[in-house]
Structures are given as C-alpha cells and as structure tokens.
Design a binder for this molecule. Structure first.
Ligand SMILES: Cc1ncc(COP(=O)(O)O)c(C=O)c1O
Length: 439
C-alpha cells in the first residue's frame, strides 16, 4: 500500500472517529439533561480501561488519575476481581435476600474500620450519608446537623447546604446549593468553617443541645484537618452527646486499610463508606457503633425509634464479591506503602515543574489524594481554597488532558497500577503543561 493511501485511510478513519464523537455528544444532549451523567466534562467518552490507563472513543490514551472518581484503587480490569465477579454473575446478579458475600464483606469492614461494630449496605455514598444523618437524629432525638462549609456529603437536602456557596454567608447560616430544597432544611443546619476550633466551639455552645450530628470529611475534599481538629471534634461530641460522623466515602480503604480513622487516630461514632468497598460496582455502607446502628432494628429499639431503610440492590452479591476481593488485595503487605510512595512521587514532580516554570502553587492533600492549588496562602478551609487561581487550574488541567492525563478538575487520585512508564509520561505531561501555562 502506498504511503499516500495509508495517510488517506488514516485521515478518513480519524474523520470517522471525530464524527462518531460528535454524534454521541448529540445523542447524549437529546436524552440526557446537559448531555451527561453528572458534572464531569461531557465531551469525554471513555470506552475502556486497563490498569492505570483509559482510552476514549477517539482512541486517545490517558493515564487515569480520575479512576472512576476513586473506586478503582487497584486500577482497571484487575484479573482477580474480574474472576470473582464473573463467577458470581454466572450464579446470579441480585437476590434482595441475604447473601453470604454481603455478610463476609460486612465482617471485613468490621475487622478493618475502628468505629464499625455493625454495617448497613446501601447503593451510593450519598445515600449512606443521608441515612447516617437520619440515624443520628433517631438516636439523639435532635434535629440540627453541623456541617462544614465546602464539605461534600452527596446530594441530600442537608448535604447540598453550603457545599460550594458563591456567597459568603455568616456562620452558621446555610446557603442551599441546589434548587428544590425547602427553606425549612436551612433552619436545621449549623454551618461551620473547617479547621476553626474557636468558631465551632462557639456554635456548639449556642446550638449544642439541639445538634444530632457533626458530619465531617476527615480530609475535606483535599484539605487536611489541622493537628488536633478531629480529636477536638471527637471530644466535643462525646461531651455533648452529639454523634460524630466521618464521611469516609473517599478516605475509607484509601488513606489506610482502616481509612482516615486509622490514619489520623480518631474514631467517630459512625462512618460512611463507598467507592473502594464496591470494587467498581454500586455499593456503599453506613458503619458504626451497635447502640446507634440498633435503630435499623425495630426489635431492639421499638417501632417509634425504628429507622426504616431498604433498597433493591443493597448488599448486591456481585458488588460485594468485587469489594471483598479488592479489600483482600489491598490488605497484602506493602500495598499502602506503595500507594503512598506513588503519591509522594507524583506530588514531587508537580512541585518540581511548576516551581521550575515560576508558578506559585501548593500541593494540597495527602499523597493518596491531593491536587495542586495556585496560591501561596495557607489553605485550611473552603474560603481559603477558593482564593486560589481557579482559572489557572482550569487551564492547567485542560493542558494536562491534551498531554494524556485524565484527572478530576479538583483532585489527583493515584492508583496501585501505576508503572514506571506512567510516571515518565506524567512527568513529561506536567513539564509541558507547566511550560504552556506561561504562554
Ligand atoms: C466525601 C464524599 N461523600 C459522599 C460522596 C457521594 O458518593 P456517591 O457519589 O457514591 O453518592 C462523595 C462522592 O464523591 C464524596 O466524595
């Protein structure tokens, strides 16, 4: 075949792929509001993943630092996970009735997570958070919830309060981030600044006897708690009879096998888990003290204190098998050291090239989950994070994408499948993106 013909065929093929993508975008636009599933860039269509890499419909290859928004800590297509999933699928996909895989998964969670005496399965992290708040209300017989500005806990009415407010309300006033939420929900929210013990203490002095729960991401988005902040919350909750909930949907089985509560040495009353425990399938959980979890059991607490909770796919056996195998692999010696080392290596290479090209920035977070913020000021809460140069972040992320790095707009999720070749690729991409930011 002549070179011209090959070039022509490649060109036609490339045109086809472009058309195909545009076609999918049009189809998505007509049947999906805003043309997508959620808030990730709707122009990206991922067709497959393997290990640390994913490919889009145009056959572009990326190092995947999005990893499904967190669950794929082992990387895509882990063969051991696929084997158990296939075995389970051939036996049945869902039963609604109890199944042994779900019970074993609950046992593993109880073994791993310090606060977990019992576990209730649901299908998504947001659902787990919603029930955790309701559980705290059932247990304490109080209504108010303390939540931190900028903290993300899914999509319930409470969680949508002051998640990403565009106005700076005075604490503890809640700003709804979604339409369709009754004003009455605002009255039950006490919004506090993350990492600010003094303000939290003052708010607790005022509202403490009405507060059912403090819900907190122990690593808020990517912002670490300042030393002593989580243990301060622990002490205040214990003294005031408030339920302390750690939202460990992201940090669970990531920051350590026992999650943030192991990594930071502070044990909440309840935690929520998701992402990794489903091994890439829809599964999440509320876990915690038996005395609180008892509200899911009418025979223990009585009808009027009973919290009705069920869901068609709760404890789904395929998800439970995938989660169990994922956890078994994670527990093998060295994996958490490797994950940390990968994260540190990535953090260093971002710092090296951004510094070299003269961009004031900070790597914020933990090695296992972080991002780069373009600011030199300390980042300790939602407002200080917001002062970073967002436009520069957008341009940086966009340029990284053009150089084959897929990441969330606000996070880098390292995974265990990263290879030497991935680090080299990433380093080159970061170097180029840092240089191009100056243009
Ligand atoms: C801290 C935190 N909580 C809750 C959720 C909601 O989980 P899901 O998307 O499974 O509903 C997320 C999702 O990213 C999260 O990061």
């Amino acid at each position: 075949m002549s070179l011209c013909l090959v070039t022509l065929l490649l060109f036609i093929n490339h045109e086809d792929i472009q058309m195909n993508n545009a076609n999918w975008a049009m189809r998505a636009q007509s049947v999906l509001p805003a043309g997508g599933f959620g808030n990730f860039d709707h122009s990206v269509f991922i067709k497959k993943g393997s290990g640390s890499r994913v490919w889009d419909e145009q056959d572009n290859e990326y190092i995947d630092y999005l990893i499904g928004s967190g669950p794929m800590l082992l990387g895509h297509g882990n063969e051991e996970v696929i084997d158990v999933v296939q075995e389970q699928i051939s036996k049945g996909m869902t039963f609604f009735a109890n199944n042994t895989a779900g019970i074993e998964l609950a046992e593993q969670i109880v073994d791993a997570v310090a606060c977990a005496e019992q576990v209730r399965f649901v299908t998504s992290g947001g659902e787990a958070d919603m029930y955790a708040l309701r559980l705290a209300r059932a247990y304490t017989n109080r209504n108010k919830i303390m939540k931190f500005e900028g903290g993300y806990h899914g999509m319930s009415a409470e969680a949508q309060m002051s998640l990403a407010p565009s106005i700076q309300a005075n604490f503890p006033n809640a700003v709804p981030d979604s339409a369709g939420i009754p004003a009455s929900v605002q009255d039950d929210m006490v919004i506090a600044p993350y990492n600010d013990k003094e303000t939290v203490k003052a708010l607790l002095d005022e509202y403490g006897t009405e507060i059912a729960a403090i819900i907190v991401e122990p690593l808020q988005r990517i912002i670490p708690a300042l030393p002593g902040f989580l243990s301060f919350l622990r002490e205040e909750c214990t003294q005031r009879g408030i339920v302390l909930i750690f939202d460990e949907i992201v940090t669970g089985f990531r920051l350590a096998y026992g999650g943030a509560q192991e990594a930071y040495g502070v044990v909440p009353d309840l935690c929520t888990l998701g992402k990794i425990i489903g091994g890439g399938f829809p599964l999440a959980a509320i876990a915690g003290k038996q005395s609180i979890m008892a509200h899911f059991d009418a025979s223990v607490v009585g009808r009027d204190k009973f919290l009705m909770q069920l869901g068609t796919l709760s404890g789904n056996p395929v998800a439970a098998k995938a989660g169990l195998k994922t956890m078994e692999i994670l527990k093998r010696p060295g994996n958490y050291d490797t994950l940390k080392a990968h994260g540190v290596r990535l953090q260093k290479l971002f710092t090296k090239h951004l510094t070299h090209h003269g961009h004031p920035h900070q790597v914020v977070g933990e090695p296992e989950l972080f991002d780069v913020l373009f600011t030199s000021n300390p980042v300790i809460d939602y407002r200080s994070a917001n002062q970073a140069n967002q436009d520069k972040s957008k341009r940086f992320n966009h340029t990284l994408r053009t150089h084959g790095i897929l990441k969330s707009p606000s996070k880098v999720y390292p995974c265990l499948a990263l290879t030497e070749a991935d680090f080299e690729w990433t380093e080159q991409a970061v170097e180029k993106a840092a240089a191009e930011l100056n243009k």
